[in-house]
Design a protein around this ligand. Structure first.
Ligand SMILES: Nc1ncnc2c1ncn2[C@@H]1O[C@H](COP(=O)(O)OP(=O)(O)O)[C@@H](O)[C@H]1O
Ligand SMILES: CCCC(=O)OP(=O)(O)O
Length: 354
């Protein structure tokens, strides 16, 4: 039986699980307080800190490291790649340490996996990293040649959820058209046409605003703000991704807190939640147009798909397009393990990142 350690580093947590084949032996979420991560200048500097915490939990769960056959992690902001499972290599680790496509917690995944796998002499993989790019040429133009559109999304969960919905329909992924909205800390809304994600809003800088990102904002005003002298480049980038969106308006990234505040009469929290759902619905409409209106299902997934209020607000606006299926949360660890398993069992060949 293949024993696999799956790791999913997030902005404020590290989720990991150990699987024997398909069977999950343990699953854990390590929460990181702001103060724990404050001492690290860059995201990739956190890899040993997070790895040590995982190792301590594996020891506590009496899972000897020597019993692991592979490590698999959520991939980061790499160069654009096709979907699938990739062997972690040094070029991938170097690219993520340089973070040329930006800082994001998922950049830590391959670095942590590589460090541990090298120590144990076992393979390390990533599956459907955030830089999966299946966009059609027409989707790549932004309107400014200097600023090509880039595919950075929740490809791992969006594709896994699409596959699971399609199997419930008794069809194949390449026989259907879906719009999948992943609503987590970042939001990505993607049209899936016959098994390919042919467009997506870059979850770091486009589309609807999300709990900590501003999404697409008025471009002239943004340019003026950048040159206003009020903010450094780092501060501006943080406004766009990290402390923008819902957080910038009401000081929380937690949709549950926002809902509780709205329920207690906070009008601003109420408006911000309505606006977030409104923008998601607008983005779903745009992606339905990408599919020429031929949409078999709209899928809402991610942590915020647990929210009845937000799901209802979005569904009311988009269910004229296609039936809405809600798959709350994410199955990223399971999808990572399944991707590694396909390679270990010889059902799929690991691709090479270059
Ligand atoms: N039951 C719930 N109701 C409303 N919002 C929720 C619920 N559970 C989680 N969320 C929200 O989901 C968001 C995080 O989603 P998640 O998919 O865990 O994000 P990520 O993995 O991208 O950090 C947070 O804003 C959180 O408040
Ligand atoms: C960069 C795309 C993936 C993403 O936004 O993930 P989170 O929502 O977990 O930050």
């Amino acid at each position: 039986m293949e024993r696999i350690l799956a790791i999913n580093p997030g902005a404020t947590s590290t989720k990991f699980a150990v699987f024997d084949g398909e069977k999950q032996l343990m699953k854990n979420t390590l929460e990181h307080q702001g103060a724990d991560l404050m001492n690290f200048d860059r995201v990739c500097d956190q890899y040993l800190y997070r790895l040590d915490l995982i190792l301590a939990e594996l020891t506590a769960a009496a899972i000897p490291l020597e019993t692991l056959n592979a490590v698999v992690a959520r991939g980061g902001l790499l160069k654009s790649v096709a979907g699938g499972t990739y062997a972690v290599n040094e070029l991938m680790v170097e690219d993520l340490k340089k973070a040329e496509r930006g800082e994001h917690a998922s950049n830590l995944g391959p670095v942590i996996a590589n460090t541990l796998a090298k120590q144990l002499g076992i393979p390390a993989y990533i599956v459907d990293p955030v830089s999966v790019d299946e966009m059609e040429p027409v989707a790549r133009l932004s309107g400014l040649p200097d600023l090509p559109r880039i595919s950075l999304s929740h490809a791992l969960n969006s594709k896994a959820v699409a596959r699971s919905v399609v199997s419930q329909m008794g069809k194949k992924y390449d026989e259907v058209n879906f719009v999948v909205a992943h609503l987590g800390t970042g939001f990505s809304v993607s049209p899936h046409k016959n098994g390919r994600m042919i467009d997506v809003n870059n979850a770091q800088e486009e589309g609807p605003f999300s709990p900590d990102r501003c999404g697409g904002v008025p471009s002239r005003q943004l340019a003026k703000l950048c040159y206003s002298g009020k903010y450094t480049e780092k501060q501006m980038l943080d406004k766009i991704s990290g402390s923008g969106g819902m957080f910038a308006y009401i000081g929380t990234k937690d949709a549950r807190q926002a809902e509780a505040a709205a329920a207690a009469g906070d009008m601003q929290a109420n408006l911000v939640l309505d606006a977030m759902a409104y923008q998601v619905a607008k983005q779903i409409g745009a992606m339905a147009a990408v599919l020429a209106g031929k949409v078999d299902r709209i899928i809402l997934t991610g942590g915020i798909a647990h929210s009845e209020r937000i799901v209802k607000a979005i569904s009311n606006r988009v269910e004229f397009i296609a039936p809405v299926v809600v798959v709350p949360g994410e199955e990223e660890l399971e999808s990572l393990a399944a991707g590694a398993l396909r390679v270990l069992r010889g059902e799929e060949k690991a691709q090479t990142y270059q």
